[in-house]
Design a protein around this ligand. Structure first.
Ligand SMILES: [Zn+2]
Length: 223
């Protein structure tokens, strides 16, 4: 697999389906056409808003209860997850191909990878499955955020840039994605210009993010 030092070995009577940029190792043909089509739709959607990506994406189907594993450019997923009505976790892993490159310090918060991957997932759901499915996904993020706040009430008052230092990076999956949702609502289509700018940058941190937001949308965000 490209872009990773991991070496995962799976031995099974796989059927390998190659179609640029995908390499998919499948255990069963049942319901697979729809699953592969959804994955391709998500890929083309991300490409259309953020530009084409050179990287490959590998999907390996695993038997149920073997657990999953994913990283940049690959995902090992159970058959049920691959064939889910809305395969949100695959959209999420795929979205990582378009992450802004965060500085090591900014990376600790996981905002530039996990918040972005989750909000791009929400957008792919809206594009492919419609507005209602999108709203349900956003509601799910809200509920999960409230669950985090119950455990760490102090997290509510923190700035984005403090999450990493305090080890509260899990806020990026929920609150981080919700922040991007809010910015999108306020900025309208200029939000996509912000995303493209961030993806093109050599490296980003919170200050750079704040400046690009201001420059492109006129919005002042507190980081
Ligand atoms: Zn992720």
């Amino acid at each position: 697999m490209e872009g990773t030092k991991r070496l995962d070995i799976a031995v099974a009577p796989f059927k390998v389906i190659e179609k640029e940029p995908f390499r998919r190792s499948i255990l069963s043909g049942e319901g697979i056409n729809r699953a592969l089509e959804l994955l391709e739709n998500a890929y083309w959607f991300y490409s259309s808003i953020l530009g084409h990506r050179a990287g490959k994406f590998t999907v390996i189907e695993t038997p149920e209860n073997y657990g999953g594993q994913a990283g940049k450019g690959y995902a090992l997923v159970a058959g049920s997850s691959l064939r889910a009505e809305i395969p949100a976790n695959l959209y999420h892993e795929l979205a990582h191909l378009w992450n802004p490159r965060a500085t090591p310090k900014a990376h600790l918060s996981r905002f530039f990878d996990e918040a972005f991957a989750n909000y791009l997932t929400a957008l792919a759901i809206k594009e492919i499955h419609g507005e209602e499915a999108f709203n349900r996904f956003i509601e799910g993020l809200r509920r999960n955020y409230e669950a985090v706040i119950e455990r760490f009430p102090e997290a509510k008052k923190l700035r984005l840039s403090e999450w990493g230092r305090l080890g509260l990076w899990e806020l990026s999956y929920t609150k981080g994605a919700l922040i991007l949702y809010e910015i999108h609502q306020r900025a309208g289509n200029a939000f996509y210009d912000v995303l493209r700018r961030l993806v093109e940058e050599e490296s980003v941190d919170f200050e750079r993010f704040r400046r690009i937001m201001k420059e492109v949308t006129g919005l002042e965000v507190t980081v």
